[in-house]
Design a protein around this ligand. Structure first.
Ligand code: ATP
Ligand code: MG
Length: 557
């Protein structure tokens, strides 16, 4: 693993201090605990990098644990996608893949233990009544009339809950703590509920399921996790986490410690699983891996590299305060990685035909083109009488400082000759359909006028040998407000121009046998990846990111 995961943060300072005090002598052990109810997104990537990265830094272990305690929304499709995404990011859990559902029997035994200690009771209040009895921040809660049932009655009722004698919602098991606690979480939280629902792993075995707040600390303790890293919204839940481990007598020196950190919120970006699921289910995107989605699978298909995503997570750091991160930082990381590694090729996105009137009809030259400015060898690109350049690289009435092609003007074609525009050909409607140009035969590399200076250099492809391709250009999926916040009613803010499909792109023939997932810089156009929709007949590219770097601009000031 590279260095991107190893720098210090406040969590690592806590771990260092624990180790100094001789705690956790068996080694540091973290876990990444997704609920398999959706695909992972960029926010989860931060948690994956933090948990697996921390284990790597301390030569410890990190478990992958599926928190599958809510059978209604969970599915094996999500389990599979999560595994693929964590692997893609470059992390490994070896044999340590667990499920909270593996512990259902143990968790049940812990619940009975609580009852035996007089610390849990079966409550008949409805969900609505439990809510009203809970009180508010300013007002103590009210004790349930069922709170003081005997241990025997509680055990009997809890066993009958498990046996399926009651309907959903008829009873719950609650921890017996303090209905007057200033912390609402501590006001007798529900720890088991009835749900006559089949579970994607345990099938029909259970009709009662543990609540997250109960299952999570105990799963951590069962797995001997040392540092349980979670997002800030769980801060108020920490007293219950500690209470549970206390009353169940887990050793204070080895049991897990919960530490909260700020969620990653990207400006202009949806990082709510519920909303992302809605986009998929309502078919507003092509799927979880639509290249516009901030999911890990979306970023992968978009062509982002795992290195860039890890680099990004490292750069934004881990802090205790929430903040909105500029997606330009993520794009900057992607661009930096691709700038270093992506081979350069030429592709014309919106072709305009050029005929070189003084170039022999049947000649094709193979010109040498470097694959990368810092090395990486050469390839040959064919050059012939008919070529394509970008439509936007020609202007009949050019604005000032237009250093591209204009009537009577000259430009250099990259890796090739200087050409001069002699004549503009239009169709009956006045649209420009072709340019007649001449070339300077001495102007290519090694020629007598090779060093002749002209202002502009354009990319191009030879018409005869070019391959036709489709290119998909992406823009932000939503139009956020000025601060970059996604509006609550995000469906109203969908960007109708988030996808543009170019059907008549021409790419140089060296790309003929390129493979899905290969990434390139198309000169002057940005970075592109071969999409999975590619077939032997049709090449399809996604634009990963353009060449302009708004983050670098901000940095320079
Ligand atoms: P929900 O629980 O509402 O389904 P979630 O986004 O919290 O959504 P989980 O599967 O519970 O999804 O998340 C797995 C882990 O990833 C948790 O430890 C969670 O704290 C962390 N996580 C989720 N979203 C972010 C985020 N935006 N930034 C950092 N970590 C996150
Ligand atoms: Mg969660």
């Amino acid at each position: 693993m590279d260095e991107t995961v190893r720098s210090a943060n406040f969590i690592h300072n806590i771990i260092d201090e624990d180790l100094r005090q001789g705690k956790y002598a068996e080694g540091i052990h973290t876990r990444f605990p997704p609920e398999p109810n959706g695909y992972l997104h960029v926010g989860h990537a931060k948690s994956v990098c933090l948990n697996f990265g921390t284990a790597l830094k301390y030569a410890g272990l990190c478990n992958l644990r599926f928190d599958d305690t809510n059978p209604v929304k969970e599915d094996t499709e999500y389990v599979d996608s999560i595994e693929e995404d964590v692997k893609w990011l470059g992390f490994s859990w070896d044999k340590r893949k667990f499920y909270a559902s593996d512990y259902f029997e143990q968790l049940y035994a812990y619940a009975e233990k609580l009852i035996e200690k007089g610390l849990a009771y079966v409550d008949d209040l409805s969900a609505e009544e439990i809510r009203t009895y809970r009180g508010t921040l300013y007002e103590a809660g009210k004790e349930s009339p069922y709170r003081n049932r005997s241990k025997e009655e509680n055990i009997d009722l809890f066993r009958r809950m498990r046996a399926g004698e009651f309907a959903d919602g008829e009873k719950v098991l609650r921890a017996k703590i303090d209905m007057a606690s200033p912390n609402l979480v501590m006001r007798d939280p529900v720890i088991y509920r009835i749900a006559h629902t089949s579970h994607h792993r345990t099938g029909e075995a259970w009709c009662i399921y543990p609540m997250y707040d109960f299952a999570h600390p105990l799963s951590d303790a069962i797995e001997r996790i040392t540092h349980s890293l979670c997002t800030l919204e769980f801060e108020a839940h920490r007293p219950f986490y500690d209470w549970l481990l206390d009353v169940l007598e887990f050793d204070a020196n080895t049991r897990p410690k919960q530490i909260e950190f700020a969620r990653l919120e990207l400006a202009n970006t949806i990082t709510s699983k519920r909303k992302l699921r809605q986009l998929v289910e309502d078919k507003l995107v092509a799927g979880w891996d639509d290249p516009r989605m901030p999911t890990i699978s979306g970023m992968r298909r978009r062509g982002y590299t795992p290195y860039a995503v890890r680099d990004f997570c490292e750069r934004i750091g881990v802090a205790k305060a929430n903040s909105l991160v500029d997606p330009a930082i993520l794009e900057h990381c992607v661009r930096e990685d691709l700038n270093e590694h992506a081979p350069r090729v030429m592709a014309v996105l919106r072709p305009l035909k050029i005929v070189l009137t003084n170039y022999p009809e049947n000649r094709t030259e193979e010109l040498t083109a470097e694959n990368h400015p810092t090395g990486g060898g050469h390839r040959y690109v064919p050059f012939s009488r008919e070529l394509y350049i970008e439509q936007e690289d020609f202007a009949e009435e050019p604005p000032k400082k237009f250093f591209r092609l204009k009537p009577g003007g000259e430009v250099r074609l990259k890796h090739a000759y200087i050409i001069k525009c002699e004549e503009v050909i239009k169709d009956d409607d006045g649209n420009i359909v072709e340019l007649r140009c001449t070339y300077d035969p001495d102007s290519k590399s090694g020629g007598a006028s090779a060093n002749r200076k002209v202002k502009g250099t354009l990319h191009w492809v030879a018409a005869k040998t070019a391959i036709r391709a489709e290119v998909r250009l992406y823009d932000s999926l939503i139009v956020a407000d000025e601060e970059g916040n996604v509006p609550e009613d995000f469906l109203e803010a969908l960007n109708p121009e988030s996808l543009e499909v170019l059907k008549d792109v021409r790419v140089e023939p060296s790309l003929e046998r390129t493979a899905e997932g290969s990434r390139y810089q198309f000169l002057r156009q940005g970075y592109f990846v071969v999409d999975s929709d590619t077939t032997p007949e049709q090449l399809v590219f996604n634009r990963i990111v353009g060449l302009k770097d708004s983050f670098a601009k901000v940095k320079k000031g």
